[in-house]
Write a protein that binds this ligand. Structure first.
Ligand code: C5J
Length: 223
C-alpha cells in the first residue's frame, strides 16, 4: 500500500495512512438493489440505488490493487428470526414481511439469494463479510474486534442507503474513534433528498461525524 494519501474531502482535505484504513461497503445486497427484494416490498423505487454501483466498483478495484482491508456488510436475519426484534418485524405495511418467501428467497434472511451481495461487487474469499441484524455495522457484530485486530483507524464508507445503514454505521464508527470518509457517489438512497441531506449531516459543523469525498477524489488519493 501507499504510505499515505490526501483526499480532497469536505469539510477539509484529510490525509490517511492507508495501512490503517479499510474500505467498508454497506449492504450492496440484491434485497435492496433489485426488484422483488426487501427494499421494493417497503414500497421503494429500487432503480434509485443503481447509480452507486460503478463508483463503488472503481474504488473497490483500486483498493484491491493497493491492498487495503475490504469489509462488506449485509443486513439480514437468521432463518428462525431469533435475531430480529418484533418491533422490526411488525413495522409498517410491506407487501412481504421479513422472512416471507419472495422471488429471491425469504426476504432479508441469511443464505437466501436476495440477501447476498450483487455480482458486480461480490466479495473475494480473502475479504471480510459482516452479517448484521441492524442498520449499524457495529451493533451485534464482530466488526469492532476485527478492525482493532487489523489496527484500523480510518474507514472509507460507501453503500446503501445513505441516510439509513451508511449514516448509522458512520455514527457508530465516529463514536468509536474512527475517521470516516464517506464516498458521496458511492452511496445512494431511495429518496434523493435524503441522500443529499444524509451527506450534509456528516460533513456539517466541521465534520461532526466525518468527511465526504467523491470517488474521483478517493481514486486520486489512492494513486
Ligand atoms: C435499509 C439499509 N434502508 N441497508 N437498510 O433498510 O440502509
Amino acid at each position: 500500500a501507499n504510505s499515505s494519501g490526501t483526499i480532497a474531502a469536505e469539510p477539509a482535505p484529510i490525509a490517511l495512512d492507508w495501512s490503517r484504513t479499510a474500505l467498508v461497503i454497506i449492504d450492496m445486497q440484491r434485497d435492496f438493489m433489485e426488484p422483488g427484494g426487501f427494499g421494493e416490498t417497503l414500497g421503494n423505487d429500487v432503480s434509485q440505488l443503481a447509480r452507486a454501483v460503478k463508483p463503488i466498483a472503481a474504488v473497490l478495484a483500486a483498493v484491491r490493487d493497493t491492498g487495503l482491508l475490504v469489509v462488506h456488510t449485509r443486513e439480514g436475519h437468521l432463518p428462525d428470526l431469533s435475531d430480529a426484534p418484533p418491533a422490526k418485524l411488525e413495522r409498517g405495511a410491506p407487501s412481504l414481511r421479513i422472512g416471507d418467501p419472495g422471488p429471491m428467497g425469504r426476504i432479508l434472511i441469511r443464505g437466501e439469494a436476495g440477501h447476498d451481495i450483487i455480482p458486480e461487487l461480490y466479495p473475494l474469499d480473502s475479504e471480510i463479510v459482516i452479517d448484521k441484524p441492524g442498520k449499524g455495522a457495529f451493533y451485534a457484530t464482530e466488526l469492532g474486534d476485527i478492525l482493532q485486530k487489523y489496527g484500523i483507524e480510518n474507514l472509507l464508507v460507501c453503500g446503501v442507503t445513505t441516510e439509513v445503514c451508511v449514516n448509522t454505521t458512520v455514527r457508530e464508527a465516529n463514536d468509536r474513534g474512527y475517521r470516516c470518509v464517506v464516498i458521496s457517489d458511492g452511496c445512494a438512497s431511495y429518496f434523493p433528498e435524503f441522500h443529499e441531506m444524509g451527506l450534509k449531516m456528516i460533513k456539517a459543523q466541521g465534520g461532526i461525524f466525518g468527511w465526504v469525498a467523491d470517488s474521483a477524489a478517493v481514486l486520486e488519493a489512492l494513486g
